[in-house]
Design a protein around this ligand. Structure first.
Ligand code: GUN
Ligand code: ZN
Length: 432
């Protein structure tokens, strides 16, 4: 069994923290050892190097190893429609999203895009993701099969929607329940794969469908749930008119038994006070998608209030309303959202929201999100000096907070030297 030793600076968050910007582990002359897909040691180079004989050495000196990024909300069938001009949420769905997702009825097409989608994740340093597929069962199968080939920890689900979308994209309450249950049986906890029950959002599911999906969720308490919530003011007015007996948008999911731990709600921009409170009690978490929220003109997420209520928040791209697969870029846009709100997002706090904080939100910190011994060897090698400009920039200032901040503004996939999943390289630029 080969043992691998990586030489680089190392940055991660070893535990849960409310102040990760003050609570990180940084080792300038660091070393990490992996064997059989797991991390077995992380520490000072001088302490570790001589303990392990007969190792394959990967010398990334001058570069920075961080945990693989976790993207907690994105849509794989929307890969090809990134950057579609001119609309806000509801018109954007009609004009671009539904016609694009129709193509995923074809299993070969879904398999083809699944490969492109995963390559995009890896080249941007993302090793785990929580993914919406299309309404078609075969597309979810294609995505899971592709992720399984890379031994990836992927959470995903078939979208369920039986109304207020084109008839050619609709399932039915029963079909959604049966096909989701079949997918759970086929994929949940197979290797590193996990399932998420995925009603698209309240307007596109009838009460009957929400009822059956809530039943399914109760039948499988360890399965994830993902959906959209309080993203756009027109969407919210629509939900209120469709569900007049409910006390707001969140209450729809609540009454149908979909508000619980391992439920991840995308966006949550326009929250009422009672919704923050109820969300906080429930153990559910929020996916904060800044590039999407700016692109669709949806609004500015209130991270400070979410954190005041101790609601776990994870950062996410929301491709294809999000405009980049890069979690570094996403972090940069999260900072700008904070600027517009008058709140300052510390760079290492942001890094936490895409690594350890996300893993904790999803109950997965025993295997991903950090570089602690015993976890899976999912990690990224960042090269801060990837071009003339960044080389100049880091000649002047080079403490680790500043490096992460500047990379969030200046970098994208160009800063990713290598991405490893379970100890195997899934992307490399040969700068080792
Ligand atoms: N709400 C319902 N569906 C979608 C989607 O595909 N993207 C976004 N951003 N919001 C949604
Ligand atoms: Zn989304």
């Amino acid at each position: 069994m080969t043992t691998h030793l990586y030489l680089a600076s190392i940055l991660h968050f070893t535990q849960q923290s409310n102040h990760p910007e003050d609570d990180y582990t940084y080792i300038h002359d660091g070393s990490m050892v992996t064997r059989n897909g797991k991390i077995i040691a992380t520490g000072e180079r001088k302490n570790i190097e001589n303990q392990y004989l007969d190792v394959v050495i990967h010398d990334f000196s001058g570069q920075l190893i961080v945990p693989g990024f976790i993207d907690s909300h994105l849509h794989f069938p929307q890969t090809e429609m990134l950057a579609s001009f001119g609309e806000q949420l509801l018109d954007w769905l009609e004009k671009y999203t539904f016609p694009t997702e129709r193509k995923f009825a074809e299993p070969e097409y879904a398999a083809h895009i699944a490969d492109i989608f995963l390559r995009q994740l890896y080249r941007h340093g993302t090793t785990s993701a929580m993914v919406y597929s299309s309404v078609h069962q075969c597309a979810a199968d294609a995505l899971f099969a592709a992720a399984q080939r890379h031994n990836m920890l992927l959470i995903a689900g078939k979208v369920c929607m039986d109304r207020h979308c084109p008839t050619w994209l609709q399932d039915t309450p029963k079909k959604a329940q049966i096909e989701s249950a079949e997918l759970i049986d086929r994929w949940h906890k197979k290797d590193r794969l996990l399932y998420a029950i995925t009603p698209r959002f309240a307007p596109t599911s009838s009460p009957e469908q929400l009822h059956l999906l809530g039943e399914l969720a109760q039948q499988y308490p360890d399965v994830y749930i993902q959906t959209h919530l309080n993203e756009n003011l027109h969407e919210i007015a629509w939900v209120n008119s469709l569900f007049p007996k409910h006390n707001g948008y969140l209450d729809v999911y609540d009454k149908f038994n979909m508000l619980r731990p391992k439920a991840v709600f995308g966006h949550c921009i326009h929250m009422q006070e009672h919704e923050w409170q109820r969300m906080a009690q429930s153990g559910a978490s929020i996916a904060f998608c800044p590039t999407s929220n700016l692109f669709l003109g949806s609004g500015l997420f209130d991270l400070k209030t979410a954190e005041k209520y101790n609601i776990p928040v994870a950062l996410a791209t929301d491709v294809g309303a999000g405009t980049s697969f890069s979690m570094l870029r996403t972090l940069g846009e999260a900072y700008k959202v904070g600027q517009l709100r008058g709140d300052q997002l510390q760079p290492l706090h942001g890094l936490y929201l895409m690594t350890q904080g996300a893993a904790i939100a999803h109950g997965l910190a025993d295997s991903i999100g950090n570089l602690n011994p015993g976890t899976d060897a999912d990690f990224v090698v960042l090269n801060p000096n990837f071009d003339e400009l960044t080389t100049l920039r880091f000649e002047q200032h080079n403490d680790v907070q500043d490096i992460i901040f500047a990379l969030s503004m200046l970098a994208d996939d160009r800063a990713i030297s290598a991405t490893y999943i379970a100890g195997e390289p899934v992307y490399q630029t040969h700068t080792e």
